[in-house]
Design a protein around this ligand. Structure first.
Ligand code: ADP
Length: 151
């Protein structure tokens, strides 16, 4: 059976840290579906269609990576797309506390879904979408942190 992982996130924006999780995940899974959550309560900084295009551009040579948008429970969407795994990255203990809770809840919702965590590469650990947004807002160069170009 094809091993399919659903990689959910806000990806506002998608960073080199996220790209690394996808690339490393491809060694474990046959297909990775990147799910951009479109939580209507949370106003995005970068337009979702722009980020969608940039992620697709980043992985244009790899048909194993696809991108979807969703506004629903992550576990339900993962199952809808035929995933057996949820993929997440762990940078530090703060991530761990949060991810631990979410994965327990997802387990309650769908026992058949296994959450798999990849520990961040040390050089990418300081990268967060929040910091990239902040840098961009004040006109700093964000190109070291994202795997594509944004002005
Ligand atoms: P969310 O809003 O759901 O936390 P994010 O877009 O911030 O979504 O992150 C999606 C996933 O990517 C999370 O599992 C997060 O821990 C992970 N992640 C974020 N930044 C990095 C990074 N620099 N290296 C590895 N994983 C990361």
């Amino acid at each position: 059976m094809k091993k399919i992982a659903f990689f959910p996130g806000s990806f506002d924006p998608f960073t080199k840290g996220h790209a690394d999780i996808v690339e490393r995940g491809l060694k474990l899974f046959d297909q990775i579906i990147i799910g951009i959550g479109t939580n209507t309560n949370k106003k995005r900084y970068f337009e979702i269609d722009r980020i969608d295009l940039e992620i697709k551009g980043t992985f244009k040579d790899d048909p194993r990576v696809t991108v979807v948008h969703y506004d629903d429970l992550t576990a339900s969407v993962a199952l809808k797309y035929g995933a057996q795994f949820i993929l997440r990255g762990l940078r530090n203990t703060t991530d761990f506390e949060y991810e631990n809770t979410i994965s327990q809840v997802n387990r309650q919702l769908a026992k058949e879904l296994e959450t798999v965590f990849l520990i961040t590469a040390p050089e990418l650990a300081p990268i967060s979408s929040t910091i990239v947004r902040e840098l961009h807002k004040f006109g700093a160069d964000i190109s070291p942190y994202i795997p594509y170009k944004i002005d």
